[in-house]
Design a protein around this ligand. Sequence first.
Ligand code: PBG
Length: 325
Amino acid sequence: MLFPDYRARRLRQNENFRRMIRETRLSVDDLILPLFSVGGKGVRNPIPSMPEHYQLSVDKIVKEALIARDLGIPAVIIFGIPNKKDALATSAYAKNGIVQKTVRALKDKVKDLVVITDVCLCEYTDHGHCGVVQDGIINNDATLDLLARTALSHAQAGVDMVAPSDMMDGRVAEIRDALDENGFESVPIMSYAAKYCSAFYYPFRQAAESAPKFGDRRTYQMDPANSLEAIREVTMDVEEGADIIMIKPALAYLDIICRVREEIDLPIAAYNVSGEFAMIKAADKLGWLDGSKVMMESLTAIKRAGADMILTYFAKEVAKELRQD
Ligand code: PBG
């Protein structure tokens, strides 16, 4: 294949050739739109570090979900901002909690849209950690039951899929059992399997009001320096019954997506997180790069690395961009 026999540029000379040899194609089918649900009516609170994203009350979420559905986006993932936080995150598994209400409204009013819920405690605990705190330590096993109750309450509200993001050990099995014992064996689990302790979550924590009040998440989320450990985390979740495994964040972790793709035959989701979104938006606003082009390139790269689906705050913009093509 040596030059001049092989000339890579032969098949790049026009768009039709380029289309014919394109290996990766971003599709609206790949997109999952995250939404933030808050109490009240007619509420649309802007999130400073996430342009065009808002804390939305249930009525507004329904509207937003209809827009997403009409753009062809197959799924949304719901995060809740409760009125009340406490040590045991009781609002996370309350029958009339914010997520439960949102799910009921969405399943009632928006047809043909997969509704996923994030299952975690950090938005609901007064200390902001993803688990039960005892003597300043996040207690793994005491948290499992609360996570299972949360997932079950989402299923009872009619959710299509649950997505545990807490990173406690053993929670996928615990949630699977709770769902199965209560007749929800058809509700799949998308587990945040390799979730890193990342500074890229900063805008999200403003949006979800979920920053930890003391310490950080390093005792449960993964060290960004590790990749073998990602394989162990993912393998564990697969064995516990996960249906889709997620890698998070996406862009700084493309090697992890690629590696997991080679080892695991389940569908892979990648979370293009809030900080990845904010960086591109900020640079675009400054006129330092073309945000829309960087968006398409970034998401294509996430797919090329091996992701089957992408949770992204760009979902609506990408869907519109793909329509124009
Ligand atoms: C909850 C959760 C977080 C994100 C998704 N679920 C924040 C965190 O772990 O602190 C981050 C998503 C994003 O940054 O877009 N545990």
